[in-house]
Design a protein around this ligand. Structure first.
Ligand code: SF4
Length: 351
């Protein structure tokens, strides 16, 4: 689940319409994946800016974002970021999953852009467009490097991911949470193994994501769950939603939010329906009826929100927090010395 507000403002990189047009730098290198990355290609670019600021009219719960990768090997069939690959003249189906654009200078750019005379310390959200802990983060370590820089600058930030790789950075995140406001959210739309495999084939099993929440919470890191997207006819049953809530309450999630039904904008819609025709052909006609446009019918959306709300009240006695990954409050700087900003040596190119 990536973000989009009700005015249709994706949390895309506004002002960066294409990576290959000179605005964001040209591809400086193409790397073919090897070993577990066989079949993938990594397009290295040197970005001119890494912090993206959304227009003031945006109703998203954050103003500034960082996306170090474009394309995502998690391969969710419903991913709203797919059409952004078309802007780059890349394929939005398998190409989106196998050709990942890597902003190799993301960490060094952030260190420059966070300089006190340039940046007022506003919160920054990661994971708003593509997953910061997708598989190639093992190779490039850009998200880890970005967190190091943000923590050193005591700049509030949030992370949204579907990956258990976030646990790799547990100590780093715990340290950052002692310095500034940090929030992590795991996106878990369902625990149903069949739905998971059919729609998010490149992601870790959702039960492993629940375990990741527990690990992060035990380390003192604020970590919630975003129960989204919910897929009509696949993961919108009361029992299915309640199972996610129950597991995440048990894991100690610091917030539970979501309940958004999947939205299918042009491009994503065609890819999703193509996948659905292979995995659940009996649902294709119903989806075509439910989605004449981008959004599911209002009554369905309200029903799912209510089901989730009821489940959370029952399990936890709290209100649904409508939006997860809410931008954290800025914490005033303390007198503690700032550790040196790490260099960009996190870049490992053993593809
Ligand atoms: S995990 Fe990756 S493929 Fe899945 S929705 Fe998020 S960005 Fe898209």
């Amino acid at each position: 689940m990536r973000w989009r507000d009700i005015d249709g403002d994706d949390a895309q990189d506004h002002g960066q319409p294409a990576l290959f047009d000179g605005v964001d730098g040209a591809v400086v290198e193409r790397r073919r994946g090897e070993g577990q990355f066989r079949g993938m290609e990594f397009l290295h670019v040197r970005t001119r800016t890494i912090i993206n600021s959304l227009p003031a009219r945006s109703r998203l719960p954050f103003r500034h974002t960082i996306n170090a990768y474009r394309g995502c090997s998690h391969a969710c069939s419903y991913c709203f970021a797919r059409p952004s690959h078309e802007w780059l003249e890349l394929d939005i189906d398998e190409g989106f999953e196998r050709q990942v654009v890597v902003k190799v200078n993301a960490v060094e750019r952030l260190a420059v852009e966070l300089a006190p005379r340039r940046w007022a310390g506003e919160p920054i959200a990661m994971g708003t467009n593509t997953d910061p802990y997708q598989r190639c983060e093992v190779i490039y370590g850009l998200t880890r490097g970005l967190i190091e820089v943000l923590a050193a600058a005591r700049n509030p930030f949030s992370v949204l991911t579907k990956s258990t790789l976030v646990v790799r950075d547990l100590e780093l995140l715990a340290d950052a949470a002692r310095r500034t406001d940090v929030s992590v959210n795991l996106s878990i739309g369902t625990l149903d193994p069949d739905v998971w495999l059919a729609t998010e084939p490149g992601t870790p099993h959702p039960k492993r994501r629940v375990e990741a929440i527990a690990r992060l919470r035990q380390a003192g890191i604020p970590c919630g769950v975003l129960v989204a997207p919910v897929l009509p006819g696949l993961s919108d049953g009361a029992d299915q939603l309640d199972a996610v809530v129950a597991a995440c309450v048990e894991a100690g999630a610091s917030s539970i939010s979501g309940g958004q039904l999947v939205y299918l904008k042009p491009g994503t819609r065609e890819v999703f329906l193509g996948h659905l025709a292979r995995t659940h052909p009996h649902l294709v006609q119903r989806y075509q009826a439910w989605y004449p446009g981008t959004y599911a019918p209002a009554d369905q959306r309200q029903r799912v929100r209510r089901l989730l709300d009821d489940s959370i009240r029952r399990r936890r006695g709290t209100q649904v927090e409508v939006r997860a990954n809410r931008a954290p409050r800025r914490r005033p700087p303390t007198a503690a010395p700032r550790p040196p900003v790490p260099s960009s040596t996190q870049l490992r190119l053993g593809v």
